[in-house]
Design a binder for this molecule. Structure first.
Ligand SMILES: [Ca+2]
Ligand SMILES: [Ca+2]
Ligand SMILES: [Ca+2]
Length: 403
């Protein structure tokens, strides 16, 4: 509702023109002339309380009329009339609420390898780009990759690197920097981190599925792995880290039957009970790479643990990759590389094993930071949906995070 003032010699009449519902406040902006003392007098004369200058210099003032409702569907006729009649008031406006829509200003990433990240395209129905367009980009979510280290200053990771989600268990220091070697290329942790949280629109490499998530790394596979090292890695900074990612386990030889030992078992229970302020840490586990040896992830006590969310893989054709292990512990499956005939996953190094399911986990945490481990399990179960957990089926717009 807006009022159009029309002057005449004897009076002021107003015509009410309906445009849209406008909420008027008890706050006024005024442009006044005079010394500070004169300004005070003007304010007092009209019953206004001066809140200060709108700009550091100049004579625009922010004033409040405490006798007027804080919200009203009508502009205050009398106060506005008196201000209009005062020659020392050069301009004024009673402030009204204005409808403003949040704009995500989403654009498709410009990173040079984005076009090669086939699994992010709409053709593969993971709805990654659609989720980004709604503002689900991992902002506010912390992921730690438990692996062989992290290239913390990598130009496509440094911006998202989180030292609080990182530690070097092998050398017992806070810096998980990858220790490269010609004989043993240690790049797996960095590659996994790139799939999750490579920075978008920076002209470098590709884009992570959750490119605004914070990413850390725990260097724990680049030395003797003990029960203690596994346990400490699984419980690192559990108040801060939301998701722990692990792509390791007992050897995939097809003849091992092994699982977490005493301390690692304890760490899982502590993480699930106490992590994330009691909501429970989220442990995402790769199902295993022993397919060629006829290994079965049911025999892997990490991936079949009730405390982990196990992820299998499929090729771009929807077929089982030669290395993938099938088993009943797998809760869900996502794209990965296959044989040489199939496209592979692009990360900050070379094609890598997938961690694409992070889109589901991270976007879910974006939507509801209070989601528990059980929420994720139910969400990933066949026939389940967010609605079956008592939540709205529709995904609302997230807080804008793209610029
Ligand atoms: Ca170190
Ligand atoms: Ca990038
Ligand atoms: Ca295995």
């Amino acid at each position: 509702m807006r009022y159009l003032y029309i002057s005449c010699s004897l009076c002021m009449v107003y015509v009410c023109t309906i445009y849209a519902e406008v909420i008027y406040t008890n706050s006024w902006a005024l442009y006044l002339s005079g010394t500070p003392e004169q300004i005070n007098k003007i304010a007092k004369k009209h019953g206004f309380h001066i809140l200060g200058k709108i700009f550091p210099d100049g004579n625009y003032y922010h004033m409040e009329q405490r006798g007027v409702a804080k919200q009203s569907l009508q502009a205050h006729y009398l106060h506005n009339l008196r201000l209009k009649m005062d020659p020392k008031v050069l301009w004024f406006a009673q402030q009204s609420g204005r409808s403003r829509n949040r704009r995500h200003s989403f654009t498709v990433p410009t990173d040079p390898f984005f076009n090669q990240q086939w699994y992010l395209s709409e053709a593969f129905n993971q709805n990654v780009v659609a989720a980004w367009a709604r503002g689900y980009t991992g902002k506010g979510v912390v992921v730690s990759i438990l692996d062989d280290g992290l290239e913390t200053s990598h130009p496509d990771l440094a911006e998202n690197y989180d030292p609080l989600a990182s530690y070097d268990m092998n050398d017992n220091d806070p810096n998980p920097e990858t220790q490269y070697s010609l004989t043993r290329p240690r790049r797996h942790g960095t590659r996994c981190a790139g799939v999750v949280a490579a920075v978008a629109n920076n002209g470098v490499c590709g884009v992570g599925v959750a490119h605004q998530a914070k990413i850390g790394g725990v260097r724990m596979l680049d030395g003797q792995v003990t029960d203690l090292i596994e346990a400490m890695s699984l419980n690192l900074n559990q108040k801060h880290i939301d998701i722990y990612s692990a792509s390791w386990g007992p050897e995939d030889l097809g003849r091992n039957l092994e699982g977490p030992n005493t301390l690692a078992k304890e760490a899982f229970i502590r993480g699930i009970s106490n992590g994330r302020g009691g909501l429970g840490s989220i442990y995402v586990w790769a199902s295993g790479n022993g397919g060629a040896s006829f290994d079965n992830c049911n025999c892997d006590g990490y991936t079949n643990s009730i405390y982990t969310l196990s992820v299998g893989s499929t090729t771009e054709k929807g077929t089982l990759p030669f290395y993938s292990e099938p088993c009943s512990a797998i809760l869900t499956t996502t794209y990965s590389g296959g044989s040489f005939q199939h496209h592979r996953i692009v990360s900050v190094f070379f094609p890598t094993h997938t961690m694409l399911l992070f889109s589901t986990f991270i976007y879910t945490l974006n939507k509801n930071i209070n989601a528990t481990c059980n929420n994720f399990k139910i969400l990933l179960s066949p026939g389940s949906s967010w609605a079956t957990q008592g939540h709205s089926e529709t995904y609302p717009e997230a807080t804008p995070v793209l610029s």
